[in-house]
Design a protein around this ligand. Structure first.
Ligand SMILES: [Zn+2]
Ligand SMILES: [Zn+2]
Length: 424
């Protein structure tokens, strides 16, 4: 029998200290990039009313049909741990009347999501996503900018060779026509589709393009059902060519993939995925012009994307392609004599107050063991204080990578380190 006290739930992960540094790095990268692009952070609750996701994500999606963590709270209300970020952000946009700002609203979020999926490598039940949403900007220029931001984020994280696959999934004008065409072509072949696709045929036939079953794809090809690209209305066509032209201008390469419909029901017009050779999709997004109105707000266009961070970090680790700069311990203060204990405390506080990461030994070990510990912690310098340093108001300073050593007046220590130490 499993010991439930010493085993975490399936599909969850502990992010251990050596790994959390990588998480912090990527979070820093994301936040800085969002600042450059004019986005502000939004933090929504981890759980919401179940109806929000059922309506907002789409009742025919895998997420809503199979993957939600839904439960009754003690008041008998059905609540769900958020499986994705967009529905909550849209709800917050409407509830807090952010549309009243009568300007474009650019938001980003970063945090855990929950999906009851079959756990596998890089796919967890508690996953972490970074995502962006832009409201009230209808033109293709914002589509191109959001796609550019998505690519830039992956590139800055260290991925190379990211490609964009692009499609348009139409609008409330051209989708009903496309749907009718698909029904006409596929209804006679319904028996040959998988059970998921049989249901999709009635509710959202476009999603059959998304089915991973090869047999369904064969039926689809044989049916000669049109892709949505072949059925776009004029406005959607113009929007789509606008996006493509702007992407070319921005130097972002892309390929059209007319089968790309994404797993979510709410997309309109532009849909895209960022793919990497050998890994398929690493991020994706789309426009969702009807979602805000459906959530009870005024007619407001929206567009956004999300990146799965667990998977991104796993790929970076496999490719050993991180560009992050690791920020570790800068100074280890070693105490050579118990009399200097208080003196070392003062120095530690001075260093930390000056923004220098500093630590010490807490186990009363000998100097040799302390120096070993400093090395293991990856400190750049060791400050050594003993009886003599205490009497003279000085410190011994050792550079752990070069081995060079010198003695400094205590009052000069912070200034010396802030000016680059012995690199100056
Ligand atoms: Zn259209
Ligand atoms: Zn199928």
């Amino acid at each position: 029998m499993k010991n439930l006290l010493t085993q975490r739930p399936r599909g969850t992960a502990d992010i251990l200290p050596q790994e959390s540094a990588r998480w912090q790095d990527i979070e820093r990268t994301v936040r800085e990039l969002c600042r450059l692009y004019g986005y502000q952070e939004i933090r929504t609750p981890i759980f919401e009313h179940t109806e929000l996701f059922a309506r907002g994500v789409g009742e025919t999606t895998d997420i809503v049909e199979k993957e939600m963590y839904t439960f009754e709270d003690r008041g008998g209300r059905s609540v769900t741990l958020r499986p994705e970020g967009t529905a909550s952000v849209v709800r917050a946009f409407v509830e807090n009347k952010l549309y009243g700002l009568s300007d474009v609203v650019k938001l980003y979020y970063i945090g855990p999501m929950f999906r009851y999926e079959k756990p596998q490598k890089g796919r967890l039940r508690q996953l972490h996503q970074f995502g962006c949403e832009v409201f009230a900007a209808p033109g293709p220029d914002v589509d191109a900018e959001v796609i550019a931001l998505n690519v830039e984020m992956l590139t800055r994280a260290g991925l190379q060779g990211v490609k964009v696959e692009l499609n348009s999934v139409g609008c409330s004008v051209c989708r009903p026509q496309h749907r009718a065409q698909m029904l006409a072509k596929l209804t006679p072949l319904k028996d040959q589709l998988c059970t998921d696709c049989q249901r999709r045929l009635e509710r959202n036939p476009m999603r059959i393009f998304d089915c991973k079953n090869e047999s369904c794809q064969r039926v689809l090809a044989a049916s000669e059902a049109p892709t949505i690209l072949q059925s776009l209305c004029e406005d959607c066509q113009n929007h789509f060519s606008g996006v493509q032209n702007l992407l070319r201008t921005a130097g972002i390469s892309f390929e059209i993939n007319s089968h790309l419909v994404r797993g979510l029901d709410y997309y309109t017009r532009t849909a895209w995925e960022c793919v990497l050779p050998g890994y398929s999709s690493v991020a994706g997004g789309g426009r969702y012009n009807g979602l805000v109105a459906e959530a009870g707000g005024p007619e407001t266009p929206g567009i956004g994307f999300a990146v799965g961070l667990d998977r991104l970090l796993m790929i970076l680790l496999e490719q050993q392609r991180e560009t992050f700069v690791r920020a570790g311990l800068e100074v280890f203060v070693a105490v050579a004599d118990v009399l200097a204990q208080g003196y070392s405390m003062e120095i530690l506080q001075e260093l930390r107050a000056a923004g220098i990461a500093a630590d010490k030994d807490y186990l009363g070990r000998g100097l040799k063991a302390q120096l070993k510990s400093a090395d293991r912690r990856g400190a750049t310098y060791t400050v050594i204080v003993g009886e003599r340093e205490l009497a003279n108001e000085t410190v011994g300073l050792k550079n752990l990578s070069t081995g060079s050593q010198l003695e400094l007046p205590r009052a000069a220590l912070v200034g010396y380190l802030q000016n680059g130490g012995d690199k100056q």
